[in-house]
Design a protein around this ligand. Structure first.
Ligand SMILES: Cc1cc2nc3c(=O)[nH]c(=O)nc-3n(C[C@H](O)[C@H](O)[C@H](O)COP(=O)(O)OP(=O)(O)OC[C@H]3O[C@@H](n4cnc5c(N)ncnc54)[C@H](O)[C@@H]3O)c2cc1C
Length: 401
């Protein structure tokens, strides 16, 4: 009999498994994929991730495989650009293939049993314990049953575990993304000698994130509405390049750029599940909530969510089982930890697609680097999101006061 079964070892599941194993729990993590596996992502980790990885104990391993991201260059649809720098710490850029393999390996190193190519197909309550059924890819048609006191569902955007406890279902709203790895993207400020920065290019109805990866490739991902993506059908790559050239901050930098490998399409993105707990089950990471990737906070939410879920599981095990009180406590902590960030993200989605307002705000940030730092710190989970919302900071930027 296990203490906890973790379903899915993306950042949320691996963080939870590592913490539980280090606390002496018997933990099994079941992962559908075989690592390394591709994952649609902008490949950017904000500074909040650094702090979370340090708490989990995996920061050194991740840092040694990543490019530091000391700030973010944000460009409005009219070309107004603001280079912003974090006040402390740094973001990181590394391919998710590398990150997720590292984190799952780290969880295994702390004592968690990690089984890859094991797809969870059913979860059933049996008296006080939970039975988890998995299909193993190497043994087709064969299922294995595992038993634990508790389950952490960290199986991502289309979480099967979430569907089992909340038939509310998968997200239907939100943008889609088309992303690829490009070589030979010319730097934003040639000869500047500054460390590489992340980039966010705002358009009238879309945006584009750029992360510079170890080895010289750049992850360049465009996010756009579903109706627009439909018009790309049959000409995905040509429309992707056309779209990149609509951003003034990118247009002149793609002359020698080449797409390495294929394009990845993902979506729809963005939702918040009303309930992230069920009978003996807690959800973490994308399984619980997904934020539009514009602000680059998904991996942070996953790592922090994995931490909170693991702490809730430890409390439950200490007190004789996952009571409704402990599960309600997890819901409260999750709200406290994330609700402000989701609110800020929604506010920014509105401002970002008002080109004049975005240009005005970025002009102010370019003139006053301290404002840019305050902004990027809140979005990067260096400071609380509320530090912008409460002080009327966004309104101040827009009003030009
Ligand atoms: C296009 C795009 C760009 C993004 N860019 C960024 C960015 O730059 N920065 C950022 O911070 N965030 C970004 N995000 C968000 C970020 O990728 C997610 O928030 C993050 O991956 C969530 O981690 P997770 O562990 O919850 O889920 P995932 O990383 O999705 O991991 C879930 C795991 O569960 C496994 N699994 C699924 N079903 C089962 C099953 N039935 N049984 C067993 N295993 C299962 C999967 O194989 C997977 O390994 C982006 C997202 C998208 C789509």
């Amino acid at each position: 009999m296990l203490d906890v079964i973790v379903v899915g070892t993306g950042p949320a599941g691996s963080a939870a498994a590592a913490i539980l194993a280090r606390r002496g729990c018997r933990v099994l993590a079941l992962e559908r994929a075989k690592f390394p596996r591709p994952k649609p992502c902008g490949d950017y980790l904000n500074p909040g991730c650094g702090a979370a990885l340090a708490r989990i104990g995996a920061l050194d391993a991740v840092r040694s495989a990543a490019v530091p991201v000391p700030g973010m260059r944000i460009v409005a649809p009219d070309g107004t650009a603001a280079p912003t720098a974090f006040s402390s710490g740094s973001g990181y850029a590394l391919p998710r293939e590398t990150l997720d393999r590292l984190l799952a390996g780290y969880a295994a190193g702390t004592g968690a049993s990690v089984i890859e190519e094991a797809r969870v197909v059913e979860i059933a309550r049996e008296d006080r314990r939970i039975q988890v059924t998995a299909e193993h890819r190497r043994r087709p048609g064969h299922v294995e049953h595992y038993h634990a006191w508790m389950v952490i569902g960290s199986d991502g955007l289309r979480s099967r575990v979430a569907r089992m406890i909340d038939p509310g279902g998968s997200p239907r709203a939100g943008r889609f993304t088309v992303g690829g790895y490009l070589s030979e993207v010319a730097p934003a400020a040639p000869g500047g000698g500054a460390p590489p920065q992340g980039e966010l290019h705002l358009g009238r109805d879309r945006y584009c994130g750029v992360a510079y990866l170890p080895g010289g490739l750049a992850n360049v991902t465009v996010a756009l509405a579903r109706c627009e993506l439909r018009t790309w059908r049959g000409a995905l790559e040509a429309r992707y390049w056309d779209s990149l050239r609509t951003f003034p901050g990118l247009r002149g930098r793609l002359g020698h750029a080449r797409l390495e490998g294929g394009l990845r399409v993902a979506g729809p993105l963005a939702y918040w599940r009303r309930r992230a707990v069920g009978d003996g089950v807690v959800l973490a990471g994308d399984a619980a909530a997904f934020m539009d990737p514009m602000t680059g906070q998904g991996v942070y939410l996953a790592l922090r969510g994995g931490e909170l879920a693991a702490e809730a599981a430890v409390r439950a095990l200490d007190r004789g089982g996952p009571t409704s009180r402990i599960l309600a406590g997890y819901e409260r902590e999750r709200r406290r930890a994330f609700a402000e960030a989701f609110l800020l993200s929604r506010v920014l989605q509105v401002v970002a697609f008002r080109p004049r307002a975005a240009a005005r705000a970025l002009r102010r940030m370019a003139e006053r680097p301290d404002l840019g730092t305050r902004f990027i710190d809140a979005v990067g989970n260096v400071e609380r999101a509320a530090s912008l919302l409460r002080a009327g900071f966004v309104a101040g930027l827009l009003g030009g006061a």
